[in-house]
Design a protein. Structure first.
Length: 339
């Protein structure tokens, strides 16, 4: 199945240095742009993508008009639609021009042909298995450490994954998402301390139009322990995964894992059948502050008020978020006492 789908280092060296996975991933994008017309067309067209920045005081939201993202923003992810289409992340169904590089013999790193970032990767499992994060968070941490010029993200099966039936991560080159620039200020002046010891620091941010919990540590096991605790506290129905998005960065020898708890997949604006409809599918990129709008009419009419409505509808409510934070504090205290 891998035959013909994995690019050799010799092929990637034609585009520059390939001394580590981070360099190989960048050269992969260059190689695919040179050999795959669809990728070349969409990456070359990325320069004409329009953006508009909305200032909310201590943070901003950037609206991006990106017509090629309509496939993701408007993707049908109900069980019937998924059952009726071939999985576009399984190797056997990839376009013949699309090739990638292996990671841990469990994943293949691919160039996303419909980019948001100047270098945009999709990283599916080699096995067709559902999108569900707990068992694979360690892989996400290792991936972000290797791809240190990228921010790695995870969209849950009901929070933006257009292929909820096939486990995958995505990654985008660092520096585009507003939260990357705002993170230090948020952690210093707008954060509530939740847990801190010699291994891990956890804080929560509420005053950000959407609410998040951040875990900082250089210890994989500590991150996994805290994440599992948070995961169990998030509301879920019928044994499904809680609604959440995750961003992960590796910097200065440690990780920043940002968890956005959610309450809805899509906003009421998506389902309107008149001129007030806005096609938007909030996922990790949107929670990171980049609002992707694939229709120009939506980009033209987007306002600060509408942005506030979109984020307030999909993010977890203040009351539920408060309860989760308190439970984390209680559980952490009980854990420390039991040791």
């Amino acid at each position: 199945m891998l035959k013909g789908k994995v690019i050799s280092l010799g092929e990637l060296r034609k585009f520059g240095s390939v001394g580590n996975l981070n360099e190989q991933a960048k050269k992969l994008v260059a190689q695919q742009k040179a050999t795959w017309n669809l990728a070349a067309k969409n990456y070359n067209g990325a320069g004409s993508v329009q953006t508009l920045t909305f200032d909310f005081g201590h943070f901003s939201i950037v609206a991006q008009f990106n017509p090629e993202r309509i496939r993701s923003s408007a993707a049908k992810t109900d069980a019937k639609s998924i059952a009726e289409r071939p999985c576009f992340l399984c190797l056997k169904n990839l376009p013949k021009e699309q090739k990638g590089i292996l990671f841990q013999k469990d994943y293949v790193i691919l160039t996303n042909p419909f980019p948001i970032f100047h270098a945009h990767l999709t990283i599916p499992s080699l096995q067709h298995k559902p999108q569900q994060i707990p068992e694979y968070l360690d892989d996400m941490l290792k991936l972000s450490r290797e791809l240190n010029d990228f921010i790695v993200f995870y969209n849950g099966p009901q929070t933006g994954a257009s292929a909820p039936d096939h486990f995958h991560f995505q990654a985008g080159i660092n520096g585009l998402l507003p939260i990357e620039k705002e993170y230090a200020e948020l952690s210093k002046n707008y954060a509530e301390a939740v847990l801190q010891n010699s291994n891990v620091k956890v804080f929560a941010v509420s005053d950000y139009l959407r609410r998040f919990i951040a875990i900082e540590s250089a210890n994989c096991a500590a991150i996994q322990h805290v994440f599992n605790m948070i995961y169990r506290l998030l509301p879920a129905e019928n044994n499904t995964e809680p609604l959440l998005n995750i961003l992960c960065n590796y910097k200065n020898g440690g990780w920043q894992v940002i968890i956005f708890p959610r309450e809805k997949q899509r906003t009421s604006h998506f389902y309107k059948d008149d001129e007030n409809r806005i096609v938007v599918g909030p996922a990790s990129v949107e929670l990171g502050g980049m609002l992707i709008l694939p229709r120009h009419e939506d980009f033209n009419k987007i306002t600060q008020k509408t942005i506030e409505e979109i984020y307030s509808e999909v993010t977890i409510s203040k009351g539920v978020f408060r309860q989760i934070i308190q439970q984390i504090k209680i559980n952490s205290t009980l854990t420390l006492r039991s040791k």
